[in-house]
Design a protein around this ligand. Structure first.
Ligand code: GLU
Length: 423
């Protein structure tokens, strides 16, 4: 019995939906909203579970489970990525949709949050099987999505090719070409300059701002990045180009460490499309060891629940910037804050992706396209403003950066719901 209770408590701590709800509730309380606002915002307004039949290459039909969560559409259409991963669950997709709402609020986009996921392992699927799954998912959710309802995008293990199939399928259902249905598309299909590297660009801007606040310098700073997918790999490049020393990186199978700095260009060249590169080396460390390396800046850019109460104490970086969604548990957040680490939370640090997705959607709606420089300039303005709004809120309200970010992120949504007469 005791062990059951202990493992329940442990599961609760790793339950991303519960911990998100906890912080949303505290943020609303701090802002003076009544409990009914929390009741509205604690779960998505809409959650669809779908079953997707796909004819596999061996001719057998396999049935996949997928989800689409729409957290809140008081501000505008919901928006957020679709992940293809074996660990996708209903709870996770719900939490991810709430985080998207918060991101939209923090960078001030006219959206609410949404998120989708399919339980699958794309690393073990062929190109054609992935196409069938992507198209099947769009057919299954087509009634609740669309450019003025809910706009999908890439997330873990999904990419511009998958967005292209999804856009094509939706356009066929709609009977006209509809690029604004989805973002993260290839450039030739109405994608935006700068979208692929946008999350990492946003993280880089947050690192620059955080460095200034800590009175440090990026040049020569030792950076460790967990995860070598879209965010992690572009970030390694940006850090390397800015003169920082990337001394550790990892993928799902392990990590690489060199105190003198890794050869980032070589690693980028050798990584596969899922961000795997460490399999080519014998001398690897574990992901756990990577998080405890002696460094100045640590960027978890992989999956949830990586920094927990078990290892937070051993994190040696003075700045932690969350490029992944939900990499640090609440207990670990407290440990890091108590020891003076500047923790830049996911809902702020990773908001560059959805910001450039918004630019992509605007360009699709207006039919006029911006240059790479214009996108970069716009992203820079949005991210520096967001960082400083959250930082100043943390200072003036005497709360940590995560709670400050939630306070900033939830306010617009609560106000919009009030004006609409929902609460
Ligand atoms: N999946 C990304 C995120 O978690 C981007 C979402 C989007 O571009 O809509 O923020």
């Amino acid at each position: 019995m005791v062990t059951d209770k202990a493992s329940d408590a442990q599961n609760d701590k790793l339950n991303v939906l519960k911990s998100t709800q906890t912080v949303v509730q505290i943020a609303l309380e701090k802002l003076g909203y009544p409990d009914e606002v929390f009741e509205l915002l604690k779960e998505p307004i809409r959650m669809m579970t779908v079953r997707i039949p796909v004819r596999m290459d061996n001719d057998a039909v396999k049935i996949f489970t997928g989800y689409r969560a729409q957290h809140n559409d008081a501000v505008g259409p919901t928006k957020g990525g679709v992940r293809f991963h074996p660990n996708v669950s209903e709870n996770e997709v719900k939490a991810l949709s709430i985080w998207m709402s918060l991101k939209a609020g923090i960078v001030d986009l006219p959206y609410g949050g949404g998120k989708g996921g399919i339980v699958c392992d794309p690393r073990e699927m062929s190109f054609r099987e992935l196409e069938g799954l992507s198209r099947g998912y769009v057919r299954a959710i087509s009634q609740i999505v669309g450019p003025t309802k809910d706009i999908p995008a890439p997330d873990v293990f999904t990419n511009p090719q998958i967005m292209a199939w999804m856009m094509d399928e939706y356009s066929r259902i709609d009977e006209f070409n509809n690029p604004g249905f989805i973002t993260g598309k290839p450039l030739v299909l109405g994608g935006s300059h700068g979208r692929e590297s946008a999350t990492a660009k946003g993280v880089t801007i947050c690192i620059d701002e955080a460095i200034k606040k800590q009175g440090m310098e990026l040049k020569g700073a030792r950076v460790v990045i967990q995860g070598f997918g879209n965010a992690g790999s572009f970030l390694a490049k940006f850090m390397h180009d800015a003169g920082a020393k990337v001394i550790g990186i990892s993928d799902a199978y392990g990590g690489l460490h060199d105190p003198d700095g890794l050869d980032i260009d070589y690693l980028l060249d050798r990584r596969d499309s899922f961000g795997t590169v460490t399999k080519l080396f014998n001398d690897t460390i574990t992901n756990e060891e990577l998080l405890e390396l002696d460094c100045d800046i640590l960027v978890p850019a992989a999956v949830e629940n990586q920094i927990t109460e078990d290892n937070a104490d051993k994190v040696r970086a003075s700045i932690v910037v969350e490029a992944a969604n939900g990499p640090t548990t609440l207990a670990a957040t407290k440990i890091l804050n108590d020891k003076g680490t500047l923790l830049v939370p996911d809902v702020l640090a990773s908001a560059g992706g959805v910001t450039v997705s918004y630019f992509e959607w605007v360009q699709n709606n207006q039919g006029y396209y911006w240059s790479e420089e214009e996108i970069e300039e716009k992203l820079y303005k949005v991210m520096t403003k967001a960082f400083n709004t959250v930082y100043n809120t943390a200072q003036t309200r005497r709360v940590d950066m995560r709670l400050a970010a939630y306070m900033v992120g939830v306010r617009k949504m609560a106000e919009a719901a009030r004006f609409r007469g929902w609460i």
